[in-house]
Design a protein around this ligand. Structure first.
Ligand SMILES: [Zn+2]
Ligand SMILES: [Zn+2]
Length: 155
């Protein structure tokens, strides 16, 4: 029995409606990108790197998928690795990004919405990003002062 092989090639499930995702090749934005799409809610799962290929906007892609912090604000779990996801915002568009594998979940219409953000020349909300980075810093600082405190106790 090779369970590994089976689990590697398993069909992904939509974690909103719990049905299997369909594989679909799309060529509207570029050739040969296979995406996983939910037949029920039309949500799309994109592996790491696929969002960039679809949007052809590295800045926006980086903005959404890099420096995503450590805290999860999304109730969703990753369809691929079952780890927690975080909500990232491009203006009024909210996408779920996996903190572990970097994959992205887009609800119906969000890909189009991101596309138009990109065409509008969305620069990224520096303020919101800054807040997120600060939160990460505070989290690390809290942890390190806790560590110092614990060290004192054990000394
Ligand atoms: Zn679904
Ligand atoms: Zn994941």
């Amino acid at each position: 029995m090779s369970l590994n092989k089976v689990s590697k090639e398993r069909t992904l499930e939509c974690h909103r409606c719990w049905v299997d995702l369909d594989k679909k090749e799309i060529d509207i934005f570029g050739p040969n990108i296979i995406i996983d799409i939910c037949p029920k809610c039309n949500g799309i799962w994109l592996d790491k790197g696929e969002l960039g290929k679809l949007l052809k906007d590295r800045k926006l892609t980086d903005y959404l998928t890099k420096h995503i912090g450590t805290k999860s604000r999304s109730p969703m779990i990753c369809p691929k690795c079952s780890m927690t996801m975080d909500i990232e915002r491009a203006d009024d568009v909210e996408v779920d990004v996996c903190l572990t594998c970097g994959g992205v979940w887009l609800d119906q219409g969000e890909l189009e919405a991101l596309k138009s953000k990109s065409e509008e020349g969305f620069k990224g909300d520096e303020l919101a990003k800054e807040e997120e980075l600060n939160e990460e810093r505070r989290y690390k600082a809290r942890n390190s002062s806790l560590n110092k405190f614990l060290k004192k106790l054990t000394r």
